[in-house]
Design a protein around this ligand. Sequence first.
Ligand code: GLN
Length: 591
Amino acid sequence: MSQKREDIFASISNKSSDTEFFSPVPKGYVKGKTKYVVVLGTVMSGLGKGIFSSCVAKLMQDKGLKVSPVKLEGYLNMDSGTLNPFRHGEVFVLDDGMECDMDLGTYERMLNLDLSKQNFSTNGQVFSSVLKTERGGGYLGRDVQVIPHVTGEVKRKLRVLARDSEADVVFVEIGGTAGDLENAFYIEAMRELANEEGDSNCCFVALTYILAPQTLGEQKSKAAQLGIRELLQKGIQPSIIACRCEEEVTEQVREKISLFSNVPFSNVFSMHDSKSIYLIPAMLRDSGVDFSIIKMLGIEDKIDLRKERSEWEKWCDFTDRVTKDHKNEVTIGITGKYISVRDSYASISNAIEHCEAWLGCKVNVEWIEVTDITPENTEAALRGVDGIIVPGGFGVRGTEGKIECIRYAREHDLPYLGLCLGFQMAVIEYARNVCGIKDANSSEIAPNCGSAVINLLPEQKKIEGLGGNMRLGGRDVEIKKDTLAYKLFGDEQTARLRFRHRYEVDPEYIEQLQNAGLVFSGKAPNHPIMQILELPEHPYFIGTQAHPCLTSRPLNPSPMFLGLIVAAMKHKYPGIYPEDVSTLVKKAVRK
Ligand code: GLN
């Protein structure tokens, strides 16, 4: 979030110890211009607050309202960069380089928006800003406290977002569950915000969970009631309750919740499990929750129903494809270190789902455990797959197995897509087995290897410490004319992709690799940083130093993923698709 000194200090109008109030309002903020929808969780976390919030935001965006989401995280890390995806799910990277929670990916996909660091906050960011202000004399005369100073900082951040995004509605998603100590001051800040902004400018939504134990065979509302009571105790009266459950929540259970929570029955909604996240906007739209919130916030006059009609038509065209029975089916093998937690690869799963819809082809994912792979058992491990993805990753474990899988794909015309680490492994494989550089490796994996074809660039080596030398965020990639990449990206010479890596192809080896037939079809403008590789003689062998899954959107799927699935279809059903991969990709998205 913008930390401009003038913002912080100009907004602190009451520095002295004369008053107990502390509510920083940044310069240029107009009260009432932006409305706030605050989404909180009760009973348990992981209910899909981000999904609910992004779907309602999408329904509002369709109606011509400008929306901006923000996720408030309860941990002390400054960002998600150092979190293990195994514990916390995928690290999502925004265009401005912010490493954040995977929910931001849900927002970007659902809203088709590029978000920024203003849309993500952690306790670490909040406290660090408060301490910086304190050291700068910003609170002179006062003992600095959680209330009002930390809560004040949260309100300030939200108001800066509202001002800078010029949003009609800011969607605030509070991480965790009501009752967690680490999120308590966020909830308190929201209570204060609602009080300061005025009733009709804030709407609280409680997401809750309805238990349905199999032994009882019925839905039970007690845990939900207790969870909502926790919010009421904190001074938050929800206006909307969304009930998560496997099956649709019965009228009786919703009545009970209404009775105990002061929320009218008409505002207690069911948000039950759905085959795809992309079908949830329709479920919520049918229930009318979007209009309930619009009415509560008094913004009916701002909505454009004509725009909503055309946006909804486009969306339904996509969701019709999601629900259709697909006539073809392929299997993609993904080599993954974090295979026991699917959330670690959330964006890849999403990018594949986008392809399934656009290509009318079901994709079965087979997770390949690579730690035990050897040249002898690779064929058996890859039996039945029509294509492989080697995704991003860090560290040594499993890298030799990945290289073996890539060798197999290259030698047996099996479609291949390498993402970041998968790009680097493809370079190492080619260097070893085609160029004959037997000791080729990455200096991340083997710091003392003889031929570090994947290496830190000299400028990067100077930057000490992990994290400082990561290339993060959106970058333009210069694409070579008439290559596969060029055709896949719609005959464009530039593509914007997202990056999160430290190592890259050492420029010393580029010529040797190219002379042996490897084509670098994408590179950084003005720098010898290789970003896309391909093998022209292979049916589909492409790798990128970027993470194209991060920018695959339902209505704008990633061309590299589309290419892989099309190539897998050609592999599975030989002779049925006579056109080449890029022509089939172009046709599929033009339909
Ligand atoms: N570990 C590799 C690097 O740092 C690849 C990173 C990734 O796959 N995200 O360059």
